[in-house]
Design a protein around this ligand. Sequence first.
Ligand SMILES: *Cc1c(COP(=O)(O)O)cnc(C)c1O
Length: 492
Amino acid sequence: MMYQSTRDASHKKYSAAEVIKMGLAPDGGLFIPESIPALTAEEIAALSTDAYPVRAAKILGKFLTDYTYEELLSDCEAAYAESSFPGGAAPLVHVHDHVYSLELWHGPTAAFKDMALQIMPRLLSRAIVKTGETRDALILVATSGDTGKAALEGYKDIDRIGIMVFYPVDGVSRVQKLQMATQTGNNVNVCAIRGNFDDAQTGVKKIFGDAEMARSLAEKGYVLSSANSINWGRLAPQIVYYVSAYCDLLNKGALKMGETMDVCVPTGNFGNIFAGYIAKLMGLPVRHFVCASNKNNILTDFLRTGTYDRNRDFHLTMSPSMDILISSNLERLLCLTAGEERTAAYMESLKKDGAYTVDAEVLAAINENFSGYFADEAATAETIKAYFEQYGYLADTHTAVALSAAEQYMATLDEVRPMVVDSTASPYKFAADVYESLGKNQPADPLAALDELAASTGTEIPYPLRGLGDREVRFTKVIDAEDMPAAVLEWC
Ligand SMILES: *Cc1c(COP(=O)(O)O)cnc(C)c1O
């Protein structure tokens, strides 16, 4: 199985290991597989009796053909171990009637990025060896909170990789700051920046673009690499849980082999939902995908009109991981639907004018598989309250956006199928907003919100968020953005 860029009509091929090491294609496009491997009904039936790590190794094996099955199984067993995902990764919970919640947040940072970031560093570590790279990889991350922590947990103590995370000193919540400052591991470093997230992000981008810096790092035996969500190594592991959800519906007797399910995904960068679409292209019986957005509903508008226009107001919402105006992975869907040449033109137009419009037949083809719905802040809060009061199900703010979108979509259907809603964060990750949505007053201390939410709902705080205030603080450094290169070199 080889890969090519979404913008390269000449179809230059790369191996999976190269693709995982490189992250982005040289022409600025994203990597996609040259063809989609098939998943047969017999294979799905066999997977349904497997544990999650085995399901993952078998599916990944179809895409990462330069990795052996033994390597993949060993990595999947380590990534999705009981100690990291107590009770198992990606459990499917029946909420009510046809609605199921695919809980992707039982990992070490209580959010769904763990599903990819627990395995991707292991794949990268092997890619370094497979591509004959002599230097070690240095991962630099600028974070506004959650991605940094998930990356730290994923890369900690992984061979031949170091990771350094920069965050704006006053731009993350107290819980997020504590999570990062108490990070364990021998190859990790965390540094606060005086400034905002853009300052941190610009600082990291400058380091990536600086030839002098690359030389200095090479002398110390390092090559820069990115943990970015557009890396195929982060996307491929996300295909697995859609197959896993179908297996679990079979096991629950909610459908028979070959019958379809619908899927609803709270969407930001379009990575998660696109992974589901790949599963469908492989042969997984998915009828339709609902793309759920918050008040930043650029994707809803795109899926309804064919025009993607980022010239609009940006809103801060209580589902911050979906607060986006550029949805990078949409480019992969455009490429599969409209081809490389038109995709390159759309992306050029996006860069130049901040907007593009796809041809009518492209939109029609996309709408055969995808519909867009959104929930504003009031609808999100109402959904949290209604789901807890009617069904005893406590959803986080992102999951609530998706539950609202799923309900809106199902109301249009003649025949309702099992609806799998991706649940992307623990309610405790956004405890204060969830607590307030239930009709209570937010406590002044953000850590107290966790205990109050537990006491008032009778649910449990997940292990990564327990006793945060009691852990040893390892990282306290605060620097100016211009001193970031020096801090990196010093640490190396
Ligand atoms: C990252 C994230 C999303 C959005 O996922 P995409 O793959 O970017 O579409 C949704 N919810 C949560 C909690 C996230 O962290």
